[in-house]
Design a protein. Structure first.
Length: 271
């Protein structure tokens, strides 16, 4: 039997990158997927965000694995959009067992606008809160337990990336997720709902592999020694992060809750 056979996973930021790969990995292991993404560009972003076409590609890839899938365009900043997406997902796919709150942005750039702070906080932190507040009540009411993973970062464990508005917002939001995770883990433990966060180092996704990030680091070379891994690897594969997510939401991690799981090639431990 596959590790999440016949479970239903609600995944945000699922159009591409980590979110898409998490959806595919869980589908490979038997889960049906409700895949949500904003699918629009932010004026404050200096790289291309995911599109409707990207989300459609996620749907096709999951369908090719023989699993049920619903894709919905919804902005995690908007509670009503999330509620509508969740309601449609449950009606179409089924009651949710797994939540992967993955939607996030990295808006630090050389010419970042003033809005970079608020947009980052609204998506990376408040968007995760909105996601959990949308889905968790049904999991509690159902009484069958469940598993939740929040996508944080090594920037959720260390103060890195320098003094820019976008970078400070990114670090603050990813640290904030740890507090949310620990609080929800305590609040939901009696319901057998486990909550953990995953903390990757730089991952080979369109959010990181982009000219705006390259230009930011070129303009701030003093940051580079502080954002390298201990092991001799640059960016890790998205598959490595998806494997960690799978472990946390499967029965293999059935007593793992309230933890910060690093997939960082020794980054956070580095002297």
């Amino acid at each position: 039997m596959r590790r999440v056979e016949n479970k239903v996973a609600f995944i945000t930021g699922a159009a591409r990158g980590q979110g898409r790969n998490h959806a595919l990995r869980l589908a490979e292991e038997g889960a049906d997927i409700i895949a949500v993404d904003m699918c629009k560009q932010l004026p404050s972003a200096r790289y291309d965000l995911a599109t409707s076409e990207d989300l459609a590609d996620t749907r096709k890839a999951i369908e090719a694995l023989g699993r049920k899938v619903l894709t919905v365009e919804a902005d995690v900043r908007d509670e009503q959009q999330l509620a509508d997406a969740f309601r449609e997902g449950v009606a179409t796919i089924g009651l949710v067992d797994i939540v992967v709150a993955n939607a996030g942005v990295a808006l630090f750039a050389v010419d970042q606008p003033h809005e970079a702070w608020q947009d980052t906080i609204d998506i990376n932190l408040t968007g995760v809160f909105n996601t959990l507040e949308t889905v968790v009540p049904s999991m509690v009411e159902r009484g069958q337990g469940g598993a939740i993973v929040l996508t944080s970062s090594t920037a959720g464990l260390r103060g890195i990336l320098g003094p820019s508005r976008g970078a400070l917002a990114y670090v603050a939001s990813k640290h904030g997720l740890v507090g949310l995770m620990r609080s929800y883990a305590n609040n939901l433990a009696a319901h057998s709902i486990r909550v953990n966060s995953v903390h990757p180092t730089g991952v080979e996704t369109p959010m990181i592999v982009t000219p705006s990030i390259d230009a930011f680091l070129e303009a701030n070379p003093e940051l580079v020694p502080h954002i390298t891994n201990a092991m001799p690897v640059g960016l890790v594969s998205v598959q490595d992060v998806s494997n960690a997510v799978l472990y946390l939401v499967s029965d293999e991690g059935r007593y793992v809750t309230g933890t910060t799981l690093s997939v960082d090639a020794g980054f956070a431990n580095k002297i």
